[in-house]
Design a protein around this ligand. Structure first.
Ligand code: 17E
Ligand code: FE2
Length: 427
């Protein structure tokens, strides 16, 4: 296999052939009309060919544990953390690895090839982290995995929190995390951010902080993270995840905050299904959506993308690895079904996510880059969304990784004795 014909590319007219050799793109050429793929080629059948889908924020260590030993009945973030802490006491090396691998297969089955997982390091032996670092190597045929040292129960408020974070970096995590809104006091939240930024800068790691994941409008750690980012000039390497409190900040404060966010130029990750489920839990009616300000962040020229966060864990009972489902929900919840947004909807689960993960030249349909791509079931962003499309083919380093067949509609006569006279296939 060394090329794919009849590929539609986003925002371009006509069809293209993409060629590769030794797992790297060697040419992307326009076609005059449709072409036969020949024995060594794949056929995109005029469907959209995009770089792989990306999952920039998920918790693989907790995946597939919902209900063990107990369900999160209140649906709050805080009960999720409590339930996870009970499950955490029961994890074994093999249990963690097998659940993480199963979840990775679920992601890969939906065309995802780049994943950033948070891994809880508030556990004295760091056993879960060691398991995920092994998974990072074993999963290379399916995904490129970034591992975040995530202090679920705090850096300052958990016994030896700082030492555990430092050890996690020494063990080889890619990204340094944090959870300032969960620390016992505001001062601890602030000092945790300075600590984690120092750690990341000193060891040349990326940063991705669970920041202000609450409806509390007084949770203002994003300004602290953004200012530390600005001062250190680390914008391209820093991500603020969740920032749901921004959905409850007033506009006057946001107008000041956005000035700083633009100067810091950090990235944002919104987990729309997770946040619509976990937030708003202390409201009656009107009930807040509990999401960050995605369209405003985007319109300000900042980088923002969507992520799943959970697959069947103490925080969220559903999930199947399909990031296109999250995109659908996110665009609805964020009031982003305007024509212009629909034209570029896939940015929020591809290019923007790749930028947040700092993938650089490891990502994208360009000569010299890894021959990683996905064929979707429709030919434009808009149609992928409208038809609730799927990734039909995933190619990684030039080899087929996954193929999915579309379900077809077969018509009966509806009891009327006549065949319906529909010639078009309705999607
Ligand atoms: N931990 C956390 O603090 N927040 C979340 N949304 C998840 C885990 C899934
Ligand atoms: Fe998360």
């Amino acid at each position: 296999m060394n090329h794919i014909v009849n590929a539609r590319l986003r925002h371009q007219t006509g069809l293209f052939t993409l060629h590769w050799h030794n797992g790297v793109f060697t040419a992307i050429t326009p076609q005059a009309g449709t072409r036969d793929p020949g024995p060594d080629g794949l056929d995109a059948q005029s469907r959209l060919v995009i770089p792989p889908l990306v999952e920039p924020h998920i918790h693989l260590d907790a995946a597939l544990t919902a209900g063990e030993p107990a369900w999160n009945l209140s649906g709050t973030l805080f009960e999720g953390i409590e339930r996870w802490s009970e499950r955490k006491a029961l994890v074994t090396h093999e249990d963690t690895k097998s659940r993480a691998h199963r979840a990775i297969r679920m992601l890969a089955a939906h065309g995802i090839q780049h994943v950033r997982t948070h891994v809880d390091v508030t556990e004295p032996g760091l056993g879960t982290l060691r398991a995920l670092l092994e998974v990072r190597e074993e999963a290379r045929p399916w995904v490129d995995l970034q591992v975040v040292a995530f202090p679920q129960e705090g850096i300052e408020s958990f016994a030896n929190g700082r030492a555990l974070m430092t050890k996690a970096v020494a063990l080889g995590v890619d990204v340094v995390g944090g959870i300032p809104h969960f620390e016992n006091t505001r001062d601890q939240g602030v000092s945790s951010i300075h600590f984690l930024m120092d750690l990341a800068e000193r060891h040349d790691r990326l940063v991705d902080v669970h920041c202000d994941e609450t409806d509390d409008p007084a949770s203002r750690f994003l300004e602290v993270l953004a200012e530390a980012t600005r001062v250190r000039g680390m914008g391209a390497r820093v991500t603020a995840s969740h920032t749901t409190a921004m959905g409850s900040y007033d506009n006057a404060y946001c107008s000041k905050l956005f000035r700083l966010l633009k100067q810091a130029d950090l990235s944002f990750i919104c987990c729309p299904t997770e946040s619509i489920h976990l937030q708003g839990r202390f409201d009656t009616y009107p009930k807040r959506r509990g999401l960050t300000r995605v369209p405003e962040i985007d319109r300000a020229g900042l980088n923002v993308c969507f992520a799943q966060d959970s697959i069947v864990d103490p925080w969220y009972p559903l999930g199947n690895g399909n990031i296109l489902r999250i995109l659908d929900a996110g665009l609805h919840i964020c009031h982003m079904l305007g024509y212009d947004d629909l034209q570029r909807a896939l940015d929020f689960v591809t290019e923007h996510s790749a930028r947040a993960m700092h993938l650089g030249s490891a990502y994208g349909l360009e000569v010299g880059r890894p021959a990683n791509f996905v064929v979707l079931s429709a030919d434009t962003d808009y149609e992928v969304l409208r038809t609730q499309g799927h990734a039909l083919l995933s190619v990684r380093h030039g080899a087929v990784l996954m193929q999915r067949s579309l379900s077809e509609v077969v018509w009966g006569d509806g009891g009327g004795g006549q065949k319906p006279c529909l010639t078009a296939s309705y999607k």
